[in-house]
Design a binder for this molecule. Structure first.
Ligand code: C2E
Ligand code: MG
Ligand code: MG
Length: 589
């Protein structure tokens, strides 16, 4: 790396003078004698101060007596803003009182008027040498920092800087309650030594530089850190991940990118790499442990051959391989029509009647069998596939509901789940409106279930979309209520109709008083906000009884019915379900 200290230093000079003739003469001299200096001109102190704030010149040269604001006052304010600014005062000999003031402020020079050019030149030169010295010290500091923190061959952060970034990222991840993951990737080049030994170090260096560039291209520019650890070893820090799969994806991307040759001035080289991955918090919560475990994982990858990545935790390898395979087949599943819907009724326990039903997507994978939504929905969200899939679910559910209504079955509202990712779409409301028109379903027969997660990103867009949907006459429910992290105050601001008490509070409601307390709180809150409330995941009569006693009007769960196929669902429509035995309005404690 070239030492930047030799670079020529430039400076900016602000000249403040109200007399046009003097200003012209001095300006001419400055342009001739100091061509490298950028000039700023002002007619009075106030203008000077404005220019100073905007441009931060290194040197200020000013007349004293000026309209609006005099030179001494301006100099005082400038010094208060930046003590290091060099100030030259141009003044008449009779201004001795002002001079005392000037000394008090800490000016560097004063030049008597009428101005003698050689005196002025000497003063400016003196200031310039000071400025230059300061700039050199600053550049030297920067140079030392570069030497200490960056790899001189590739320009990448070195091991020290990587460790510092890792430390910071971990501190942040700890603050987020381990809720975001972080990955450390450790990689080295397969058989780099052979290239170095046979083609020479110069070619080895060119290759390392090209590898550095390619690694950076495989990462998120603003968030990830690619560093050189030494020799042919590199490290990558991927902060803020949703799943280990994202790290696996970067690993695979790097391996794939190494499939094309590295084109160097005189050679075209193929090289492969092995990557070890460790994940915070599973594989360690300290930087050192994560690095050591990623290193160990890399050795395991090498044992298995070239061009591969390995997680430190073997079970993650299995998971990652499975998820990668899933991801590939998920992309094709829509075209191959492997998705279908099941429908689960929601029951009003006061009447024992089905009041609506939820559409739940299913994936019939040709080899893996039925894949549960908990596995493929997050994957569809990560890959963006949720957008076409979500639209397919909506269209199918609306069309099905319309078919049942056309067959004169009692009209019911169909609930469709929407992921937070779908709410980042700009024209979501238009899409829903279009699907309703195409399937000829009245908006009042559609309900959308959204989670609190929609409020985490682009809140304004989410709120606008919810309002548009609500204005169309669509019902809106907050799904899995109570599991999100957002504040409750947003509920009042949203056009929500229903809260769904998450099944995690229902499953132990009869044995865990905390869960019962949460359910009570949600029901009370819904009542006071005039919202409907439904409990999901009701599996047993005791749970239904208790929820009924807590005044929960609607329920959904295996106790009433499992999700059913489109053929099965109409068969249960006429049948009465379990209903409350309490007289209306009575709360059993
Ligand atoms: P969710 O919207 O909270 O749906 C309720 C889940 O609980 C469903 O799981 C349902 O089958 C299950 N369930 C219903 N009653 C009971 C019960 O009594 N006990 C137990 N243990 N479980 C019960 P499923 O179908 O596996 O769906 C899981 C999640 O996947 C859904 O949770 C929803 O968040 C998501 N999902 C399902 N379909 C879609 C869809 O079309 N689009 C989107 N974006 N997400 C969907
Ligand atoms: Mg739901
Ligand atoms: Mg739910």
């Amino acid at each position: 790396m070239e030492n930047p200290i030799d670079a020529t230093t430039a400076a900016t000079l602000l000249y403040v003078e109200d007399d046009p003739a003097t200003r012209k003469m001095v300006t001419l001299m400055l342009r001739r004698k100091f061509p490298q200096v950028s000039l700023l001109l002002a007619e009075n102190g106030q203008m000077g101060l404005q220019l100073f704030t905007a441009h931060k010149p290194d040197i200020v040269m000013t007349d004293v007596r000026m309209p609006v604001m005099d030179g001494i006052r301006m100099a005082r304010e400038i010094k208060a803003l930046d003590r290091r600014t060099r100030v030259i005062i141009l003044t008449a000999a009779s201004d001795t009182a002002l001079l005392l003031d000037a000394i008090d402020i800490g000016i560097h020079h004063y030049v008597l008027k009428p101005v003698k050019m050689d005196k002025l030149e000497a003063a400016i030169n003196h200031c310039l040498s000071g400025v230059r010295l300061e700039q050199q010290v600053r550049q030297q500091d920067e140079y030392i920092r570069q030497m200490a923190y960056f790899d001189s061959l590739t320009g990448l952060p070195n091991r020290q800087l990587f460790d510092e970034f890792l430390h910071l990222a971990l501190a942040q991840a700890h603050r987020h309650n381990h809720d975001r993951l972080l990955a450390v990737l450790f990689l080295d080049l397969d058989r780099f030594k052979v290239i170095n030994d046979t083609l020479g170090h110069a070619v080895g260096d060119q290759l390392l530089t090209a590898v550095a560039r390619r690694l950076k291209e495989c990462c998120r520019r603003d968030r990830d850190t690619v560093a050189r650890r030494g020799g042919d070893e590199f490290m990558i820090l991927l902060p803020d991940l949703d799943s280990p799969q994202e790290a696996a994806r970067v690993g695979q991307k790097i391996i794939d990118s190494f499939a094309s040759p590295f084109v160097l001035p005189e050679h075209e080289l193929f090289i492969s790499t092995c990557i070890g991955i460790s994940i915070f918090p599973d594989d360690g919560t300290e930087g050192e442990t994560l690095v050591r475990n990623a290193d160990m994982a890399m050795y395991r990858a090498k044992e298995h051959g070239r061009s591969r990545y390995h997680f430190y935790n073997p079970s993650m390898d299995v998971q990652a391989a499975r998820r990668l395979a899933l991801e590939t087949s998920l992309r094709k599943a829509l075209e191959r029509q492997e998705f279908f819907l099941q429908y689960q009724p929601k029951v009003n326990v006061k009447t024992g009647q089905i009041v609506s039903f939820e559409a739940l997507v299913r994936w019939q994978h040709p080899e893996l069998g039925l894949v549960p939504p908990k596995q493929f929905i997050p994957l569809a969200e990560e890959t963006g596939l949720i957008v076409p899939l979500g639209e397919w679910v909506l269209r199918t559910a609306c069309a099905q509901n319309r078919t049942w209504q056309d067959a004169n079955l009692p009209p019911l509202r169909v609930a469709v789940n929407f992921s937070p990712r779908q709410f980042q779409m700009l024209r979501l409301a238009e899409m829903v409106e279009r699907v309703l028109a195409e399937t000829r379903l009245d908006p009042c027969w559609l309900e959308l279930e959204v989670t609190e997660g929609i409020m985490l990103h682009n809140i304004d867009n989410a709120i606008t979309t919810l309002h548009r949907l609500s204005e169309l006459g669509i019902h809106l429910a907050i799904d899995d209520f109570g599991t999100g992290y957002s504040s409750l105050s947003y509920i009042k601001k949203l056009p929500i109709n229903t809260l769904k008490i998450d099944q995690s509070f229902v499953s132990d409601i009869t044995v865990n008083p905390d869960d019962a307390a949460i359910a009570t709180a949600v029901i009370t809150m819904a009542q006071s906000l005039r919202l409907n409330v439904i409990a999901e995941g009701v599996e047993a009569e005791e749970q239904a009884r208790l929820l009924d006693a807590l005044q929960c009007p609607e329920m959904q769960g295996f106790f009433f019915s499992k999700p059913l196929s489109a053929e099965e669902f109409p068969l249960i429509l006429g049948k009465p379900h379990w209903r409350s035995t309490l007289p209306p309005g009575v709360t059993k404690q």
